[in-house]
Design a binder for this molecule. Structure first.
Ligand SMILES: Nc1ncnc2c1ncn2[C@@H]1O[C@H](COP(=O)(O)OP(=O)(O)OP(=O)(O)O)[C@@H](O)[C@H]1O
Ligand SMILES: [Mg+2]
Length: 256
């Protein structure tokens, strides 16, 4: 469903993503984890077609993003980490706007939009301006808007940030339900427990490179680690558990 081939992005001297190769199968929930600045958002934005790679290719359901971006993006529901919302629209108007962008603003739009608003506990807020929404409500609205055109692939950057426990549960259940019906989910998260609970496979990215890939069980069983939870695996692989030795101070790489 998603295939990244030699995907690379540099910003000046900073190599944000370094020859990444990755495939995610249909119906799979794939979680991308890595420390701050590892290259998760950069990878996700390239996969969603909103950022052009320096080198390498993105294929969505076999469609090359570089050559047929509109076709590829039609398959995707993209939920960015810092979504842009028009404050002066109501929730329902925003959904209509997004539906029109995807060319699915007619027919059963109203029914689908209402269904999503109910599911995301926003129905009572449908006719209120977005400027009055809390952070979590905005996040839920953005997720709802990404589902309007019934995408086969959902690409989501940090989906749980700002959600309360009920919101997290709602999104987890939603993702499991979607994956159960064949939707593919490609997500990044900082919350290792969420990755462990939700994802069929996990990739650990560090300094732009994929340094581990597999099920949680696989990762725990790597030669490096005989036991310990995902947090321990993560901290050891990314070297965050120990003070940096001979590797310069944290944040040295690629700083302005
Ligand atoms: N627009 C940009 N211009 C210059 N450098 C950038 C830009 N965007 C990202 N970078 C750099 O690319 C690297 C990867 O950043 P990215 O945002 O992909 O990391 P991330 O894994 O999403 O981090 P976080 O966990 O903090 O969200 C960092 O070194 C960052 O400073
Ligand atoms: Mg990020």
């Amino acid at each position: 469903m998603i295939k990244l081939v030699g995907l690379t992005k540099s910003y000046g001297k900073t190599l944000a993503v370094d020859h990444l190769d990755l495939s995610v199968a249909r119906g799979e929930i794939f979680g991308f984890i890595g420390p701050n600045g590892a290259g998760k958002t950069t990878t996700i934005r390239m996969a969603a077609g909103v950022l052009g790679p320096t080198a390498g290719q993105v294929f969505i359901d076999g469609i090359p993003m570089a050559d047929r971006p509109e076709e590829a993006k039609r398959v995707i529901g993209f939920i960015p980490d810092r979504p842009f919302l028009y404050e002066k629209l109501t929730g329902m108007e925003f959904l209509r706007f997004v539906a029109d962008l995807y060319g699915c603003g007619d027919g059963d739009f109203r029914q689908r939009a209402e269904g999503l608003l109910i599911r995301f506990s926003l129905y009572d807020w449908a006719d209120h301006l977005i400027e009055a929404y809390s952070h979590g409500m905005r996040q839920r609205l953005v997720i709802a808007s990404a589902l309007l055109h019934e995408p086969k692939l959902i690409i989501v950057d940090e989906p749980m940030v700002g959600l309360d426990p009920a919101g997290i549960r709602m999104v987890k259940d939603l993702m499991r339900g979607l994956a159960g019906r064949g939707t593919t989910i490609f997500m990044s998260t900082h919350t290792l427990q969420i990755a462990e609970d939700l994802c069929d496979r996990i990739g650990i990215i560090h300094r732009g490179r994929l340094i581990a890939l597999g099920t949680t069980g696989d990762l725990k069983g790597t030669a490096l680690l005989q036991e310990g939870d995902l947090e321990e695996v993560f901290l050891r692989l990314t070297g965050e558990a120990e003070p940096p030795a001979g590797d310069g101070p944290p944040g040295q790489r690629g700083g302005p």
